[in-house]
Design a protein around this ligand. Structure first.
Ligand SMILES: [Zn+2]
Length: 321
């Protein structure tokens, strides 16, 4: 099965939805999103964990490219061939040795990436078939790396496949490290979270407050949820709401919801949701936000952003009643 490229999970980086084999990337570029100052603490945690790596690391928070960068950095850190303890802080991962080049840069045979955003038929998707093939592979030692690294991108989008994977996790294999990437731990099965060492990346908006345009839409959303008015007039104005702006509004709502779920202080929208929704409703709200995000990122032709936002606002309006 090792040479069966038609059914084996795709090895290497699979962040971009493309049929072409992943082109090796400059490892420094690949991990750069993680090296922003706001992630310094998280990087410190990774280094502390590397001495005795947990079987599963769950990376939540941040933006998708930052979570992916964390996975690649971790894969390089676990396999870097640079000498240890040469006195320089952070000598590993060196991002220059053969292991780093192919782990962080993509294309290493022992780096397996399954992406929950890919259609099931596509190579490297988080499909039942690929999980089954992966489980077979896990019975074998890594080909050349010290540790095989299995990255599950947006694991929450494939509940059945995640269940299949859980079974393989019941027999710990110290030579394999899993990295689960998800926007929030609440979106994964509790049994999966309880097996994981959770690292929370700083949300992008922590350093980057919403723009006035996003703020305006958020205020309008709060008004609509409370009164049922003002929103549709706003979205029907042609040209006011493009897909990137709508996606930014949705991202901010997701961050707000994460604050609410974590019991952190939230903005007016968060306070409204916290007051009016129980946990089951908050979860449905989270699902609606994820569906809106997905609709807005569909390529090549995104769904009309005004329609997506009308649908989302209606779901939130009904959700508090
Ligand atoms: Zn290295």
């Amino acid at each position: 099965m090792a040479n069966d490229t038609t059914t084996a999970p795709k090895r290497g980086r699979a962040a971009a939805a493309t049929d072409a084999p992943p082109a090796p990337q400059d490892p420094r570029e690949a991990v750069a999103p993680l090296l922003a100052p706001r992630h310094q603490r998280t990087v410190g945690h990774l280094h502390a964990l590397a001495a005795a790596p947990p079987q599963v690391v769950l990376a939540e928070g941040g933006a998708a490219p930052e979570r992916m960068a964390l996975a690649l950095y971790w894969a390089a850190l676990l396999n870097c061939e640079a000498p240890e303890g040469d006195g320089t802080d952070g000598a590993r991962p060196c991002l220059a040795c053969p292991a780093c080049l192919r782990m962080a840069g993509g294309g290493h045979r022992d780096l397996i990436v399954l992406d929950g955003n890919k259609p099931s038929a596509e190579e490297g998707s988080f499909s039942i078939d690929n999980v089954r093939a992966l489980r077979g592979l896990l019975g074998e030692p890594p080909r050349e790396a010290r540790r095989r690294v299995v990255v599950l991108v947006d694991a929450h989008t494939r509940v059945e496949a995640a269940n299949g994977l859980l079974k393989s996790l019941e027999e710990p294999r110290p030579t394999t490290c899993f990295v689960l990437l998800a926007p929030q731990r609440e979106r994964l099965l509790p049994t999966l979270v309880s097996r994981s060492f959770v690292l929370t990346l700083a949300w992008p908006t922590d350093a980057d407050p919403p723009s006035p345009a996003v703020r305006g839409w958020l205020d309008a959303l709060v008004e609509f949820i409370q009164t049922g008015g003002g929103w549709m007039e706003r979205t029907s104005r042609k040209g006011d709401l493009d897909a990137p702006l709508a996606a930014a509004v949705v991202l901010h709502c997701q961050r707000t919801l994460a604050d609410v779920l974590a019991g952190r202080a939230a903005d007016p929208l968060g306070r409204l949701l916290a007051e009016r929704m129980d946990l089951a409703r908050l979860r449905r709200c989270d699902e609606a936000l994820a569906a809106a995000q997905e609709a807005l990122s569909l390529s090549p032709s995104p769904v009309n952003p005004a329609l997506v936002m009308d649908w989302l606002a209606t779901r939130l309006f009904l959700g508090v009643r």
